[in-house]
Design a protein around this ligand. Structure first.
Ligand SMILES: Cc1ncc(COP(=O)(O)O)c(C=O)c1O
Length: 317
């Protein structure tokens, strides 16, 4: 952001996470409303921001529909995405919500485990409805309604709430919400890096961890799409510290790295033929996830959940 000319003001309040950055940004906006615009990268906060972000991010689902039709001749059978505030997920899910036959899974961050008090960031699994940042939604709160800090190894998933669309999709039952622990996400992070040569962000590593569980339960012709919504360059120091033996509390105080919007978009499409599957990886290496239609697509086989082999490359404009 600095390289693009922005002035970046670090947040010093609270735990200095996304929640605190939103507090400060909203405070600044309402103080200087005459000459200031507020914007946010996730589908949370006051109306109309969740709707705006959802509509911008829907390019992900729209492209997935078009590219699946083109390459597979049909729509996918299931969709999987991680949930922080809910933007990458709603972007993938939204164009498919009316296709009743398509299973949709969101994956929350279970941190040290959803049973560990204040040790996770699973707002749907472990939270309850309340009001924060101008919207009523599911929040991690104590008995007095005070917002909890929560924990996730992934900086992008530790927001103690979720966007209102995600809350509604949970209550309506249209989307099933699962959760993955830090350890499960790290395992998926390592497997993808090691076997595929792609370092995924820690956020979608949570979704990938659940893909490893879900995929073997599906029929062999099942087509699963997972949104690999960011690269892990920003996370390598966090992961290195984890493997060097840091505890979770120390990790949650670790510095945060690259800004979200600088991260390219990628998605996995998984087809369970034979024992395993193949991955179709959709990447937008040139820009942010809302930027343009120049996505690069790549197929790779997944003969068993622990081995991913490349199959072919294709480029789509
Ligand atoms: C790469 C990446 N993926 C996912 C998220 C989670 O946010 P959201 O649920 O809005 O997609 C973040 C948040 O910063 C992120 O950086």
């Amino acid at each position: 952001m600095k390289m693009l000319g922005a002035e970046v003001i670090p947040v010093q309040s609270g735990a200095r996470t996304l929640k605190d950055a939103m507090n400060e940004a909203l405070r600044d906006w309402v103080t200087n409303v005459a000459d200031t615009f507020y914007c946010i990268g996730t589908a949370a906060g006051p109306h109309p921001y969740p709707a705006m972000v959802r509509d911008f991010q829907s390019i992900i689902g729209t492209e997935t529909r078009a590219q699946m039709q083109e390459m597979e001749g049909r729509l996918p059978d299931s969709l999987v995405a991680c949930i922080g505030g809910g933007s990458n997920a709603i972007g993938l899910f939204h164009p498919f919500l009316d296709d009743a036959g398509i299973e949709i899974y969101g994956v929350e961050a279970a941190g040290h485990g959803v049973d560990v008090p204040n040790g996770h960031a699973a707002s749907l699994t472990g939270g309850r409805p309340g009001v924060l940042h101008g919207n009523r939604t599911y929040l991690l709160m104590d008995d007095d309604g005070q917002i909890l800090e929560g924990h996730s190894i992934s900086a992008g998933l530790d927001y103690p709430g979720i966007g209102p669309d995600t809350a509604w999709l949970h209550e309506s039952g249209r989307v099933k919400y699962l959760n993955a622990t830090d350890k499960e996400a790290l395992n998926a992070f390592q497997l993808c890096s090691k076997l595929e040569g792609i370092i995924p962000a820690l956020e979608p590593s949570h979704a990938l961890a659940k893909v490893f569980e879900l995929a073997p339960q599906k029929p062999k012709d099942h087509l699963m799409v997972m949104n690999l919504c960011g690269r892990g360059d920003k996370d390598i120091f966090t992961v290195a510290r984890f493997w060097a033996g840091c505890d979770g509390a120390a990790l949650s105080r670790a510095p945060r790295w690259a800004p979200r919007e600088a991260i390219a978009l990628a998605g996995f499409v998984i087809d369970l033929d034979a024992v395993g599957a193949y991955f179709l990886i959709v990447q937008n290496p040139e820009g942010s996830k809302t930027a343009d239609r120049r996505w690069r697509c790549r197929f790779a086989t997944l003969p068993e959940p622990t081995h991913i082999h490349r199959r072919q490359w294709a480029r789509h404009e």
